[in-house]
Design a protein around this ligand. Structure first.
Ligand code: FAD
Ligand code: 2HG
Ligand code: ZN
Length: 475
């Protein structure tokens, strides 16, 4: 088996699935949860961006941790490769099969196990959809500590496996902080239970961190215990337009110092990113600007928050930093503003083929790379946009061409990764390495670190059956 798409990559020495294997899978799961229907499998063989395609013809849909344990133990003994898949919204090709790996879908593992409404601790299975968890919690006065545009389909296990950042990280921190414990199944079928509901636990090595951000290469996350914040009583969203990236940085600085503890998000979009959202029918509620800042406050006292936000607005206007803007307090208007930001990725996909870069760069230099690329290749592409979680120093740099263009691709890589390394950034701020970036890992990790990562992979997965061809470089 070879893949025409990846001429440089050879299929690993894995067994092909036989009728006996299918019979074994059917004895572990109900036969109807062992799927071979090509139509049902087709979307699972493709990534969200429709840029990669695998050739798997087996999809397994377990409901329990025990079933996953038995499946993995069996696949390990037979050296059958497996790819864990949740919402399949990942943006680096981590969740789709590269060749004919068996797809292990977590979608039926969607039970909420418990909620401690004194401490705010949620325990749930890994296949719970993020938005559904948020709805469940909001009915009880809580919310998820993370939010992202893919919330309607991504699952908490996928979020944890990618260590997803998103729109609330500025306020609630990363999943390394909010995930208290995990249950995971190792490739040999062993179940690791670190599903602690204690906030504090210093009993040696924190194994949960091995799985957070490991992109399905070390174990399958089956359940999680998560610290969830109280739902804020007062939320405001402001969308402001400004002239330059320098002004945007001054707005950011002022927002941090004047809003203090109520600042819950600070996102940035340039003119062309907002145009991408408009392309799919979303309306930017203010006029056209070079840059936009989306500021959210979340607090417990509406009058107090409003007072702070008004003071900030007055100061920004006096300083002539803001050309245009609107503040929303009602839910629909806030949702509409957030939709413009959250749908940039979907809008760009409508325009053409998208090259995505998700980088950490020190904020003062964050937009330089967008301008640099416009000068370098602006005439060869449809658009180059820069947006993202500026509050976290995370730029989403997207370049769009009519269709995949190897010449443009060569101009972008490794140029962008070299640029990022030279300013001591990270080649992946939040989407991960997946399949697409393995050969560039060394731009952000030393050889010593990569070697330790390889050793860890060997320890957890000596036969390399779990999500092969992902994260670690093949050579
Ligand atoms: P999948 O895509 O199915 O899987 C992702 C990776 O995790 C794969 O390597 C897979 O093998 C592995 N995996 C999945 N489930 C498990 C499991 N239970 N155990 C072990 N491994 C597993 N990311 C951000 O960080 N911030 C954002 O703001 C953000 N916004 C997005 C907006 C849109 C519109 C889209 C399409 C994506 C966005 N993403 C963002 C990308 C992000 O990585 C995913 O949306 C999300 O975290 C992946 O969850 P998923 O359930 O779709 O996982
Ligand atoms: C976002 O913040 C996501 O909207 C997607 O992380 C970013 O598509 C992208 O580049
Ligand atoms: Zn993002």
């Amino acid at each position: 088996l070879t893949s025409e798409q990846y001429p440089d990559l050879k299929r690993g020495p894995y067994s092909e699935v036989t009728n006996d294997d299918l019979a074994k899978f059917s004895s572990i799961l109900d036969p109807h949860r062992v799927v071979q229907d090509p139509e049902e499998i087709a979307p699972r063989n493709m990534d969200w961006m429709k840029s990669l395609r695998g050739t798997s013809n087996v999809l397994l849909k377990p409901k329990t941790t025990q079933e996953i344990s038995e499946i993995l133990a069996y696949c390990n003994s037979r050296k059958i490769a497996v790819v864990p898949q949740s919402g399949n919204t990942g943006l680096v090709g981590g969740s789709m099969p590269v060749f004919d790996e068996v797809i292990l879908s977590l979608g039926l593992m969607d039970n909420i196990i418990s909620i401690d409404d004194i401490s705010g601790i949620l325990v749930c299975q890994a296949g719970c959809i993020l938005e559904k968890l948020d709805q469940f919690l909001s009915e009880r006065g809580f919310m998820m500590p993370l939010d992202l545009g893919a919330k309607g389909s991504c699952m908490i296990g996928g979020n944890i496996a990618t260590n997803a950042g998103g729109l609330r990280l500025l306020r609630y921190g990363s999943l390394h902080g909010t995930v208290l414990g995990l249950e995971a199944v190792l490739p040999n079928g062993q179940i690791i239970d670190t599903l602690s509901t204690c906030r504090k636990d210093n009993t040696g090595y924190h194994l949960k961190h091995m799985f957070i951000g490991s992109e399905g290469t070390l174990g399958v996350i089956t359940a999680a215990s998560i610290m969830v914040p109280y739902l804020p009583r007062s939320i405001n969203v402001a969308l402001l337009g400004c002239q330059s990236f320098e002004d945007l940085q001054r707005i950011f600085k002022a927002a941090k110092s004047m809003l203090g503890e109520v600042l819950s998000a600070f996102e940035m979009m340039d003119y062309d990113s907002v145009k991408a959202s408009e392309f799919i029918g979303l309306q930017n509620p203010i006029g056209e600007n070079n840059f936009y800042a989306l500021i959210e406050t979340s607090g417990s006292d509406a009058a107090h928050d409003e007072e702070k936000l008004t003071a900030l607005m007055e100061w920004l206007m006096n300083e002539d930093l803001v050309q245009d803007g609107t503040i929303a307090t009602d839910k629909q208007k806030m949702t509409n503003i957030w939709a413009v930001r959250e749908n940039i990725a979907a809008g760009l996909l409508e325009i053409g083929y998208v090259y995505k870069y998700d980088v950490s760069i020190p904020v003062p230099r964050l937009y330089e790379i967008v301008e640099d690329l416009r000068n370098k290749i602006g005439d060869k592409v449809i658009t180059i946009v820069g947006y993202g979680h500026i509050g976290d120093g995370n730029l989403h740099l997207n370049i769009v061409t009519e269709e995949h263009d190897p010449k443009v691709h060569q101009l972008l890589e490794p140029y962008i990764f070299e640029w990022v390394r030279d300013c001591e950034g990270s080649i992946s701020a939040e989407h991960g390495i997946g399949f697409k970036k393995t050969k560039y890992l060394h731009y952000s990790k030393s050889m010593e670190c990569i070697n330790i990562m390889k050793d860890l992979k060997k320890m957890f997965d000596p036969n390399g059956i779990l999500n092969p061809y992902k994260v670690l470089p093949n050579k």
